[in-house]
Design a protein around this ligand. Structure first.
Ligand SMILES: *Cc1c(COP(=O)(O)O)cnc(C)c1O
Length: 366
């Protein structure tokens, strides 16, 4: 069997969820498990969190149905709401909650005949300029919805563009617009994503929406004492499948991007971009071999990548390799660090792990 697996530590997931709750003791935290639980397996994550998380958030009805069919009975909110009016029948049948960001969604909701009214999160655009009603049109929509028999309850929802940044000027602008509207409407709020949950208590509302932090990634530009308590949930783990010695000057891999500066030992690892490992990984991207830091040497191939193990004399065929996560000696390679070497963010690496990589679940079952 190919040795590449994604080990998923469900105890770490629960630990990170508890951390989100401790950061915001007066809020309820909806666990965001869209994009198949950021690549970790949405159903397994929901099962692991179901006794703690009062609700789950996904991007679309297909993701919500997967959870319901898997036996998840908690409320599930569709963060982008319905994509067509006929989805309302399924929303109604399964008791989903919906975000409403566009006039056509309001119209569909007001015109619908439902078995039960639907909890609605009205999305306003406070500065992200992606989804939602303009601040100055939101009050009228709010009143229209609160008068409708289709609506069970209403929250004001918005999303921050730069809650991760040290420079909080734009975040504060968004907050100011939201506070004004919220006090005008006396609306319960749902604003905070992971970085806002961790760094900006002023944004904590009736609900928060932590996502990537649940998986142990630090969303802040600058780590702090709280984010250092996050534990990696996914360990992408493989093994060395071949080793070779190179003379100084000899190249490795496609187009010979990396060249040995000295006599070098190169390990071939069973993991490549066909598994979702980022092909943009530069020479020097960290990898743990037997729990020891090493560096990628040469371009990532589809099924393999190559690592300089000259300074790891105990590296042999079959040695453990951790691409990110926690090695068996306890050494941690944060996915955030790997992402920086790939000019990307942890979100793309985690959601990018392809179905070819088996997920293996660990941790106390609830
Ligand atoms: C994905 C998402 C979140 C979670 O964001 P993180 O940065 O992963 O915490 C919160 N709110 C909305 C609307 C989202 O789409």
């Amino acid at each position: 069997m190919r040795p590449l697996v994604a080990d998923i530590d469900l105890d770490a997931l629960r630990h990170n969820y508890q951390l989100a709750c401790r950061c915001a003791p007066h809020s309820r935290s909806v666990a965001v498990i869209k994009a198949d639980g950021y690549g970790h397996g949405a159903l397994a994550c929901a099962q692991a969190l179901e006794s703690q998380a009062p609700a789950f958030a996904v991007a679309c009805i297909e993701e919500a149905l997967t959870l319901r069919q898997g036996g998840i009975n908690r409320p599930i909110i569709l963060l982008e709401g319905i994509f067509s009016a006929d989805e309302l029948a399924l929303v109604d049948a399964h008791g989903f909650w919906i975000a409403v960001h566009s006039q056509w969604q309001v119209d569909a909701l007001l015109a619908a005949t439902l078995q039960a009214p639907i909890p609605v999160w009205l999305k306003v655009d406070s500065g992200m300029h992606r989804l939602g009603f303009a601040i100055d049109e939101a009050a009228a929509i709010w009143r229209q919805l609160s008068d409708s028999p289709s609506v069970a309850s209403l929250h004001l929802m918005s999303h921050f563009a730069s809650a991760d940044a040290q420079d909080n000027r734009y975040f504060n602008q968004q907050m100011t617009r939201l506070k004004g509207l919220a006090s005008e409407l006396d609306a319960p709020l749902c604003l905070a994503n992971s970085p806002a949950t961790l760094a900006w208590p002023v944004s904590h509302g009736d609900w928060n929406r932590p996502g990537v932090m649940l998986y142990g990634s630090d969303p802040l530009e600058v780590a702090n004492d709280i984010t250092r308590q996050l534990q990696p949930v996914m360990t992408l783990r493989s093994q060395i499948i071949a080793l070779r010695e190179l003379e100084a000057g000899e190249p490795v891999g496609y187009s010979g991007r990396w060249r040995a500066q000295r006599r070098s030992r190169i390990a071939v690892v069973a993991c490549g971009y066909g598994d979702g490992y980022d092909r943009h990984a530069r020479d020097g991207t960290p990898v743990l071999v037997n729990g020891q830091r090493c560096a990628i040497a040469g371009k990532v191939s589809m099924d393999m990548l190559t690592v300089d193990v000259t300074d790891v004399p105990d590296a042999v065929i079959g040695s453990d390799v951790v691409l990110w996560g926690r090695a068996s000696n306890g050494e941690v390679l944060p996915v955030d660090e790997v992402a920086r070497y790939c000019d990307t963010i942890s979100y793309t690496l985690l959601t990018g792990v392809l179905p070819r990589v088996p997920r293996r679940y660990h941790g106390r079952s609830v």
